[in-house]
Design a protein around this ligand. Sequence first.
Ligand code: AMP
Length: 376
Amino acid sequence: MQTNKVTLPMKTIGIIGGGQLGRMMAIAAKYMGYQVAVLDPTSNCPTAQVADQQITSAYDDMDGIQKLTDISDVVTYEFENVDLEAAAYIERTGKLPQGTYALDIAQNREKEKLIMSNAGLPIPANQIVKDSEMCVSALENMTLPAVIKTVSGGYDGKGQLKINTKDDIEAACEFSDQHDVCIIEQWVPFDKEISVIFTRGQSGEITFFPVSENEHKDHILYKTTVPASISSVVQQKALDAAGKLAEKMNIIGTFAIEMFVKGDNIYLNEMAPRPHNSGHYTIEACTISQFAQHIRAICGLPLMPIELLRPAVMVNILGDDVETALNVLPDMRRGFLHLYGKEAIKPKRKMGHMIFIADTLDETKQQLAVYEEAKQ
Ligand code: AMP
């Protein structure tokens, strides 16, 4: 068991990465009276707008990392692709309670799959391929459809290609030749996608947020609904799997695992060693948010019990949706709007989200419909 190093409010929390997740972490930290420093190459990035200070440097610039570490009492990160050398440096100073192990695993799909299968957890059948020859032989042993993904660096559907029929094998081989190491996975004809978000404290205590049901459009999360409409069997399997992985990986902080549900079975897809887009609903719909609980975990404070206050639906606002969201706002009595303060509006860029809560899920959906109708 690790020692619980307590960092009290008024001390400084350093965050690597200045996007929306860092921003929401920072807001949670500021509520509690912490000082926040952020490291990001873009000045006035979303997190910097709410932080006390910014170190404007590349994520892997050791001078910048050193400065952040010097001025911080504890350091965390908002994304998984933190430079491992930088993380190791901070860990050696005793200021990175999350450590480097979970980061190392979550940066690589091959390592993720290995740790999941070693823990006896269900995952889609898969094979690592390094060139087109390996790609052809892997696909000979798999029933289609399948999907080929880069083992590192992919997000929001980038870095992957679906292989529907034999006609797509050539494109898959090209994809494999263009990228370093890839993984080919059996396509799971899932009924739904869910995520389990939990927070684990430095002393090993763990709290789970309600399981959320996720709908993607063009590989980008579109909507999250809570509670998820899943059987108690699936719910238990999902929580057990997440708990097992949390122990095995000695996770500290808020962590997310995306899963596919087919009948009463689950298949673990990927993990995120940080708060997750599908957990934004916790800000308004739970007794504590995924961000505030994360801050408590890395600061060595006891975790708060989590309750869902009311059913919730979260919808992402992409660049394409900003104008509608703003146009419709003066006529909407419901819906908590969060915009992230990103300067450049790009069509598929996550610019914000909206959360609807009500006594029933049907009511949340009616509220959402006002916004969705305006989008058409
Ligand atoms: P990922 O980047 O692995 O999270 O994949 C993005 C999205 O693609 C997932 O949320 C699923 O909707 C879909 N997807 C990825 N892998 C699979 C799979 N093996 N079976 C079915 N759908 C998948």
